[in-house]
Design a protein around this ligand. Structure first.
Ligand code: ATP
Length: 316
């Protein structure tokens, strides 16, 4: 659905995104993550045709976002970070206006407005002035206008920013309903949101992609390079000696109490040490009470991987 090749954007002397290449398959929900200033909004604005890249190309549904901008935009429903809603317009009036922008005739507009008002839960407020709506309802109006021309691709820039937990849950449920009917590229800071809704995750830091894959693939990577915590029925000094001598181990700290010894093992590189540690325990006939990788959450992986990228940029 999306093919990006070496997308690069300079703002004057500042490099915002640096040779981004990625593909987003049809029908998937993709979480687009990154720290502030990583380049998410810049990427989304390029994909939606609102900003030309300095170099590189992108296609949406086979259409070049620059050379075939009109055709590409017909395929995209875009919810920008700050939706330009008109406070003095009524919800329905605004949706008619947006439908006209997409050259929808009056009959089609009326039919589609009924569908999106219903789908986005806007029925009770469809005749209200946008300026009088709550933030949650305004965000629903933003989603409704993105869905209006029934595009196969939705590009949503922080759709839950500034919403309260109830509103976030409602918007998330709406995504679940849209699953399967649309490809969704969803930029967000909220990691649990991605773990709950996305099929794939793309992480960007310092304008470069640092991770891209299915949630299952990322979960495997999250284990790599993580500290391992192990609790064994053994003498702490013996555990220290045995684990420190394993290949790939950088550091072992042990703490013993009441016949049990807890060890934290730091790998040198990105190795997953759990199997080697389990084997060492078996060889020494130590009972294991616990053996797990410490940082298995998307949040800690995100922090680790984006920090690595920032260090690499500073070093360069
Ligand atoms: P956030 O999560 O804070 O919205 P982001 O990941 O969306 O951040 P971008 O808004 O794409 O990041 O910004 C990427 C980089 O480009 C940042 O360093 C930002 O300061 C810079 N930048 C963005 N827009 C402009 C602009 N119009 N002029 C100059 N620099 C800009």
């Amino acid at each position: 659905m999306i093919q990006a090749h070496e997308l690069t954007k300079w703002y004057g002397p500042n490099l915002a995104i640096d040779r981004l290449s990625f593909e987003i398959p049809r029908g998937q929900i993709v979480g687009f993550l990154g720290p502030n200033g990583a380049g998410k909004t810049t990427t989304l604005r390029i994909l939606t045709g609102y900003l030309p890249p300095t170099a590189g190309t992108a296609q949406v549904a086979g259409f070049d976002v620059l050379a075939q901008a009109r055709e590409a935009r017909q395929k995209i429903g875009y919810l920008p970070e700050h939706t330009p809603l008109y406070p003095e317009m009524r919800v329905e009036e605004y949706l008619h206006f947006r439908g006209q922008v997409f050259n929808m005739d009056r009959r089609l507009r009326k039919a589609r407005i009924d569908v999106v008002v219903d789908r986005c839960g806007l029925q009770p407020v469809r005749r209200r002035l946008i300026g009088r709506l709550s933030k949650g309802n305004r965000q629903r109006v933003g989603l409704a206008q993105a869905l209006l021309h029934d595009p196969p691709l939705l590009i949503l820039d922080e759709p839950t920013a500034g919403l309260d937990p109830n509103q976030i849950t409602e918007i998330r449920n709406l995504f679940a309903e849209l699953r399967g009917q649309h490809t969704i590229l969803l930029s967000t800071h909220i990691l649990p949101e991605v773990e709950k809704t996305a099929d794939r995750v793309m992480i960007i830091a310092g304008g470069r992609i640092v991770a891209n894959g299915s949630l299952a693939e990322l979960r495997q990577k999250m284990q790599a390079g993580a500290k391992v915590l192990v609790e064994l029925a053994a003498d702490p000094a013996a555990v220290q000696k045995a684990l420190a001598s394993l290949p790939g181990v950088a550091e072992v700290t042990v703490d013993g109490r009441e016949g049990w010894c807890q060890a934290v093992v730091q790998p040198k590189g990105m190795d997953d040490l759990r199997q080697a540690i389990g084997q060492a325990a078996a060889n020494n006939r130590w009972a294991i009470r616990e053996l797990r990788a410490e940082h298995a959450s998307l949040e800690s992986y995100f922090i680790r991987i984006t920090a690595q990228q920032n260090q690499a940029i500073e070093a360069a």
